[in-house]
Design a protein around this ligand. Structure first.
Ligand SMILES: [Zn+2]
Length: 232
């Protein structure tokens, strides 16, 4: 059943792709930011295209998670895209630690795969690999490549509940009790999220602060779930 406050964008590989309505705050925010800084319409348009490119790359990442989970016999509910992140919603968590590693790794690997294909394409066309932020409209492929590389690297940071943190949790679960592994990984993730928030405040990067708070809250939720339903 489709959750409320979402719009169905379509289906990919039989999986429903939903967009949370709050996503539309992003183009509004980008539009306002461009207007506030007196940017020409052409720059605003490039930023909007960039937003779609990021959304597409995030979708690719979530498809990596979802299709791998499906291969391992885990039913998929849907993929939801929000302004902060994408979510591949699974019927249940992978039962075995190695399954968890595979599902978590598949998202960043989808981005690495896309980046590699784009690198080959750019190399064949004989174009430059260096990117100038003012020239992003000149090479959509190069922009897409860098966004996918960033998604690959950022998601592998061992900050639970990001993919790197989930992989860490899975390795911990091989050595200790499942709920204890979640707690250790989540607490470590929360400490790193606090550092990210501090960095965001210091360098005035609002997005880093918002994502940090979101990660702390999500990690806390996961700890509580495991304590409410031990062994789940
Ligand atoms: Zn992921």
């Amino acid at each position: 059943m489709k959750p409320s406050a979402t719009i169905k964008l379509g289906t990919a590989f039989g999986i429903d792709i939903l967009l949370h309505w709050s996503f539309f705050f992003l183009p509004l925010l980008v539009g306002w930011f461009a207007w506030y800084h007196g940017q020409p319409l052409s720059t605003t348009a490039v930023w909007m295209v960039l937003l779609v490119v990021v959304l597409f790359s995030v979708l690719l990442h979530e498809l990596g998670h979802a299709l791998t989970a499906e291969k391992l016999g885990i039913p998929i509910i849907d993929i939801m895209l929000t302004p902060i992140c994408g979510l591949a919603r699974l019927e249940r968590a992978p039962a075995r630690p190695w399954d968890e590693v595979l599902v978590a790794l598949a998202g960043p690997l989808a981005n690495l795969g896309a980046a590699s294909l784009l690198a080959i394409l750019i190399w064949i066309r004989g174009e430059s690999f260096s990117i100038d932020p003012k020239m992003i409209n000149d090479s959509l492929w190069l922009t897409l490549l860098w966004i996918n590389l960033c998604l690959f690297a950022i998601n592998l940071l061992p900050i639970f509940p990001m993919d790197g943190g989930r992989i860490l949790r899975a390795f911990l679960a091989m050595a200790m009790d499942n709920s204890r592994a979640t707690k250790v990984a989540a607490r470590l993730g929360q400490i790193m999220s606090v550092l990210a928030i501090a960095a965001g405040v210091y360098w005035q990067i609002v997005a880093l602060v918002v994502i940090g708070i979101f990660l702390i809250a999500t990690a806390e939720q996961e700890i509580r779930q495991h304590f409410l339903y031990p062994g789940k």
